[in-house]
Design a protein around this ligand. Structure first.
Ligand code: IPM
Ligand code: MN
Length: 360
């Protein structure tokens, strides 16, 4: 990577602006040390865009994102907009960006830092084994984007439906993403579906098996989603890369995040073919702690590390950010969500400053 990188910055709602502000500081430090220039263009999306423009995802935001090299997002949503109809809600901004930018691959690493083992809610002997899972969630298909609607039933009541549909090409590309990522890790993929019940899952599994033929060096197993949700807490070490649908991935990635201690620690990357990727913490807007300097900026900061790795192929810079986070945790600094007795309590800004100082 060289020259100037144009980054679309969507702070969003709640704690979004606070955690993205720290992320920008971190990237400035990385730019100084490694000779990159980042130009940030701040864009509205989510609840704040509803308030200012009457819609969660203005066309101008979409256009600017498409012109950028990467998108960094904080979080969208909040109580204030909770009662709006489905297509007017802040969450539409996220779904709209995923669809418009063709971000079909969502990478959600769940890593238990050894300094945070006590925060893992699993039995100590299970936590001791460590957790290092990459959930690869399909992000632009399935029930999230399928046909849906409401209708009147024969007896005059209401019914509603959502459709789960996957084409072979949609499954093939996400499976290829998962296998390629597994090659850079422990070379194991677990495919999660519900092929004992759903036809869409049967086609999904057949396709994953086809793709697997091109990756003979990667071990593949299959689990039904109900079993996978159980195994995640019974034996998380079983998992290296999990590949799954949009809906199952939404649920399993929250579960995976919780067993690593705090959702405030986990980043994500959403990638398509060619265009800009989107990098965001997996936590939400947390309106209850917004504006109080209480939020953990680590998930957003680690999302910037994922951006360096996956958007710009700058492994050194990605590692520099990740190592800085580890060192600050080793120095026992903690935001409220990961605090425990004996640790040093810090707020959002101080956590960001400490991490920036450790980047080298
Ligand atoms: C996520 C979120 C979103 C999703 C919501 C906010 C639309 O939960 O990114 O996991 O369901 O995909
Ligand atoms: Mn979710």
């Amino acid at each position: 990577m060289s020259g100037v990188q144009k980054i679309a910055l969507i702070p969003g709602d709640g704690i979004g602006p606070e955690v993205t502000a720290e992320t920008v500081n971190i990237l400035s430090k990385v730019g100084e040390l490694y000779g990159h220039q980042f130009i940030f263009t701040e864009l509205p999306a989510g609840g704040c865009a509803i308030d200012s423009f009457g819609e969660p995802l203005p066309q101008s935001t979409i256009d600017e994102c498409k012109k950028s090299d990467a998108v960094i997002l904080g979080a969208v949503g909040g109580w204030k907009w909770d009662n709006l109809p489905g297509d007017k809600r802040p969450e539409r901004a996220l779904l709209g960006l995923r669809g418009e930018l063709g971000l079909y691959a969502n990478l959600r690493p769940a890593l238990l830092h050894k300094e945070l083992k006590h925060a893992c809610p699993l039995r100590a002997d299970i936590a001791e084994g460590g957790i290092d899972i990459m959930v690869v969630r399909e992000l632009t298909g399935g029930m999230y984007f399928g046909d849906r609607g409401r209708k009147e039933t024969a007896n005059g009541g209401q019914a509603a439906w959502d459709t789960e549909m996957y084409s072979v090409s949609e499954v093939r590309r996400i499976a290829e993403t998962a296998f390629n990522i597994a090659r850079k890790r422990s070379r194991r993929v677990t495919n999660v579906d519900k092929a004992n019940v759903l036809e869409s899952s049967r086609l999904w599994r057949e396709t994953v098996l086809e793709v697997a033929k091109n990756f003979p060096d990667v071990a593949l197993d299959h689990m039904y989603v109900d079993n996978a949700s159980m195994q995640l807490i019974r034996d998380p070490r079983h998992f290296d890369v999990i590949v799954t649908t949009n809906m199952f991935g939404d649920i399993l990635s929250d579960e995976a995040s919780q067993i690593t201690g705090s959702i405030g620690m986990l980043p994500s990357a959403s990638l398509g073919d060619g265009g800009p990727g989107l990098f965001e913490p997996i936590h939400g807007s947390a309106p209850d702690i917004a504006g109080k300097d209480l939020a953990n900026p680590v998930a957003a900061i680690l999302s910037a590390a994922m951006m360096m790795r996956y958007a710009f192929h700058c492994e050194r810079e990605a590692a520099a950010i990740e190592n800085a986070v580890t060192r600050v945790l080793e120095q026992r600094y903690r935001t409220g969500d990961i605090f425990s007795p004996g640790m040093r309590s810090v707020g959002t800004k101080e956590m960001g400053r400490l991490i920036a100082n450790e980047i080298n």
